[in-house]
Design a protein around this ligand. Sequence first.
Ligand code: HMG
Ligand code: MG
Length: 303
Amino acid sequence: MTAYPLDGLPHHVTIYEVGPRDGLQNESAIVPVEVKAEFIDRLADAGHKVIEATSFVHPKWVPQLADAEDLLTRLHRKPGVRYPVLVPNERGLDRALALEVDEIAVFASATETFAAKNLNRSLESQFEMFEPVVARALDNDVRVRAYVSMVFGDPWEGPTPIDQVVRVGTRLLELGCHELSLGDTIGVGTPGHVKALIDAFGDPSRLAVHFHDTYGQALGNTLAALRAGVTVVDASTGGIGGCPYAESATGNLATEDLVWMLHGLGIQTGLDLDKLVATSGWLAERLGRPSPSRVVQALTKKD
Ligand code: HMG
Ligand code: MG
């Protein structure tokens, strides 16, 4: 592909792969643990340097990821690849530490209603849950990423005020999280809104973006985020995904769609698109339905 760069964009983007966690967490039929392990190994082989592997949440809340311990012991950890896991509370941290996990992600809500639905906590009391988790993780040399969800709007409260997102996100960064991922859980954001939110944080250097593609805005929003100084973008191979506690959340931005755009812009990702597409085809057969990614569909069309 001949690259046609645009001014004001980074030379390299880190793609934070969330397929095995955000992608699979919403699947109602339990995916065998061997399939999950092979999925992750294939993603590493395609060049991913950071793959969110699973969640140490309550197994009743997310039954699909109840095999987190089993999965982690099956991984063929590739040197130089990070395998973070989601952890909501101290019980989750204990489980992760028992397996010598070296990077976790806590996940907060920007809105009251989603904090209750996703974490069984209020907007304020979610911090009481995260504070000891982050402190103990850092004491154990475990890096901590933070998410803040519903950053543009939520299904129950409507648009989320920008200053509310900045307040929640800044508190998470101040706890010592190395990165804050801005989650458009239900995909309602648009590019100008993305720029306004990133600018409101002041410094984009510790921000990442996490777009669900429900309204088809994820690529446009990503371009706006890159122009605003963000260089870490979350995506899921094959575009699978959603959140079991927000029905209107559909799949994440597909890694292949993102890679097509970034490579077209001459931005390095370190990823092998053909291997990603092959992995999505392989996974689609196991999930029993085609990948929603436009790039996967285009590159696998038989005509
Ligand atoms: P709770 O019911 O309030 O938990 O749930 P609790 O603290 O009251 O504990 C109740 C029982 O659960 C206790 O057992 C605990 O030990 C046990 P008992 O003493 O009664 O026998 N327990 C656990 N067991 C295993 N692992 C744990 C754990 N924690 C408690 N970690 C809790 C609170 C946070 C646990 C629950 O709400 C939960 O698991 N929520 C997770 C929801 C979730 O995973 N959602 C999807 C991920 S978020 C997302 O997708 C958005 C994102 O992609 C960004 C975006 O798109 O915006 C990140
Ligand atoms: Mg998500």
